[in-house]
Design a protein around this ligand. Structure first.
Ligand SMILES: [Zn+2]
Length: 205
């Protein structure tokens, strides 16, 4: 007797869910079944929202944050400190810094960090774009807001070389003071911690 399985479309839904970060086989199955039990009333607007976000939101070509127009609200926004640039790993790191109220400059998202174990090298990150922006010459300081673990550290050291080369001797390259939780990235740091980390930033050696 053939083994009973879920119908193919449900198996395909489960397979897609399994591709999401942090979702294992069991969670994918539970969520897939849960979605189907909600029926079309839930599923249709849910699918439409995913599709709309995918087609209307893109990466800002300057800073790497999200945008719906040509430039994101940060790059387009007036009243920012044009001499400051803060380098982060992921777009999601930008909002905690914004909410902290301790920073009003511009941002640059690397979209990752150098990680030989995961096969991520400098050429996989938005480092060429960073170098180009700094060569443009309007920044007096670049703040590296990367995670405080080995890979974040290695990325910071690598970037310091690149930035000194691109920005010349007058460019200050600084890093956040210690206090950003290891592994969690900026997302898991509270606003006060971030403010203090910004105030206590130090020059890269
Ligand atoms: Zn932008």
């Amino acid at each position: 007797m053939a083994q009973i399985e879920y119908p193919t479309p449900l198996l395909q839904l489960i397979a897609q869910l399994k591709r999401l970060p942090g979702i294992g086989a069991r969670s994918a199955e539970r969520i897939g079944v849960w979605l189907l039990q909600r029926g079309p009333e839930f599923m249709d607007p849910f699918a439409a929202t995913v599709q709309k976000a995918g087609s209307e939101v893109a990466e800002c070509s300057v800073c790497g944050f999200f945008r719906t127009k040509d430039l994101c609200l940060i790059c387009e926004g007036a009243g920012r400190e044009d001499s400051l640039l803060c380098v982060v790993e992921q777009p999601a790191d930008i909002l905690p810094l914004e909410r902290s109220g301790g920073y009003k400059g511009h941002y640059h998202t690397l979209r990752g960090r150098i990680s030989p174990l995961d096969n991520v090298g400098p050429e996989d990150l938005r480092i060429g774009e960073l170098s180009k922006r700094v060569r443009g010459g309007i920044f007096s300081e670049v703040i590296l807001a990367l995670s405080a673990d080995v890979e974040g550290e290695a990325t910071a050291n690598y970037l310091t070389e690149i930035l000194r080369d691109a920005g010349g001797p007058s460019l200050r390259v600084t890093r956040l003071a210690r206090g950003i939780p290891v592994g969690g990235g900026l997302e898991s740091a509270d606003e006060l911690t971030l403010c203090r980390a910004l105030e206590g930033r130090s020059l890269m050696q």
